[in-house]
Design a protein around this ligand. Structure first.
Ligand code: OAD
Length: 339
């Protein structure tokens, strides 16, 4: 019987001898939790459980385009806490950059919108941010772009920015892909390419594989090609194929182990330190660093209170109307019709 560690040694040997040169990676929120952004589905700490006070129809509604089109406030309540302005890449992001530097990274599909893999130094042409990013924004209705400085202000104060076009009034949305929207056109191209090109190894990190279409990517890899999963728990169909290696634990810990097996430990730490330094410099220039951060919990609680208050006002308004209409039409409408 072979264990994950002997399998890992074997993979490391195959990389060192040049047998494995084309690695395709897929990442999710779990590679950024160490940077301070909660993932989505981990019970209690994940964003979706934290949204409970907002009493959304269902947690993912916060990222559904139909819900956003009439109630964008919840998205902006959490925007600041999820915005990558003062985040630093993790060692896992640096590992991807190291693979690229060694010409071993064929392609990276990421479901994350924080761009930390780019900050770490993965070349843009090697990455597809399948769910978009915060780099630009536009009105969700008329699609006219919205200025960066106004967007930054809106995110800072947690207020919904609205379209500046006369008569539009649509809420502005960053160029991230919401449920109910299409993925970037390049997704299909890259997915097709994945089924055609030669892949020597697939590396999946920090994702629950619960959201299509990225969830199907590991299944598109040819049988017999090794697949490594680095995640807190087993996900998807990992473990069902002969070549699967499941490294269960935190991404950063397992990535360091893999780098050590490869004899790349020091180089990895060096790349990481450089990437963090670069990002800290950018953050300083952007002016986000110096500010007091309201926590995610606090922002959610504040909005929940506002929504309850608004609910109370509309209840009061409704009662006032009922009374008014009741008096006005008492002769034609039975009172209970307003109950
Ligand atoms: P999820 O929150 O669904 O899954 C994150 C996975 O990473 C879970 O399996 C966690 O156990 C694991 N994890 C968390 N921290 C980890 C760590 N430090 N080390 C190892 N594993 C860790 O996030 P995604 O799979 O990325 O889409 O979610 C996919 C999509 O669902 C997101 O892009 C987002 C969301 O709704 C949209 O909003 C459109």
């Amino acid at each position: 019987m072979t264990s994950a560690s002997t399998n890992l040694t074997d993979i490391a040997n195959r990389i060192q001898t040049g047998e494995v040169t084309r690695i395709v990676a897929l990442t999710g929120a779990g590679i950024s939790t160490a940077a301070g952004v909660p993932d989505f589905r981990t019970p209690t700490s994940g964003l979706y459980d934290q949204l409970a006070p907002l009493k959304l129809p269902y947690p993912e509604a916060i990222f559904h385009i139909n819900y956003f089109s009439h109630t964008p406030e919840p998205f902006y309540a959490i925007a600041r806490a999820r915005h990558p302005r003062n985040l630093r890449p993790t060692i896992s992001h640096a590992f991807l950059a190291l693979l690229a530097r060694k010409n071993l990274l064929s392609f990276l599909f990421t479901q994350n919108i924080d761009s930390l893999e780019l900050d770490a130094g993965v070349p843009a042409e090697k990455v597809l941010q399948t769910h978009g990013s915060w780099k630009a924004q536009r009105c969700h209705k008329c699609k006219v772009p919205y200025p960066d400085d106004l967007m930054q202000r809106a995110i800072r104060v947690g207020e919904v920015p609205y379209c500046l076009e006369a008569g539009c009034g649509g809420a502005v949305k960053p160029d991230v892909v919401f449920f109910g929207e299409s993925l970037p056109e390049r997704y299909e191209v890259e997915e097709r390419r994945l089924t055609r090109k030669k892949v020597d190894l697939m590396l999946v990190m920090g994702t629950s594989l619960k959201v299509a279409p990225c969830s199907r990517l590991p299944g598109l890899i040819e049988e017999g090609v090794p697949r490594i999963l680095i995640n807190r728990e087993k996900v998807g169909d990992f473990g069902t194929r002969k070549g699967d290696i499941c490294l269960l634990g935190t991404c950063d810990e397992k990535v360091r182990r893999l780098a050590d097996e490869l004899g790349w430990g020091d180089e990895l730490e060096g790349i990481w330190a450089e990437a963090v330094g670069r990002k800290e410099e950018t953050n300083r220039r952007g002016g986000w660093d110096s500010e007091e951060e309201p926590g995610l919990e606090e922002s959610i609680q504040k909005l929940a209170e506002k929504m309850t208050e608004a609910g109370r006002i509309s209840q009061g308004h409704r009662r006032m109307l009922e009374q008014h209409l009741g008096e006005k039409f008492a002769h034609v409408l039975p009172r209970k019709s307003f109950g």
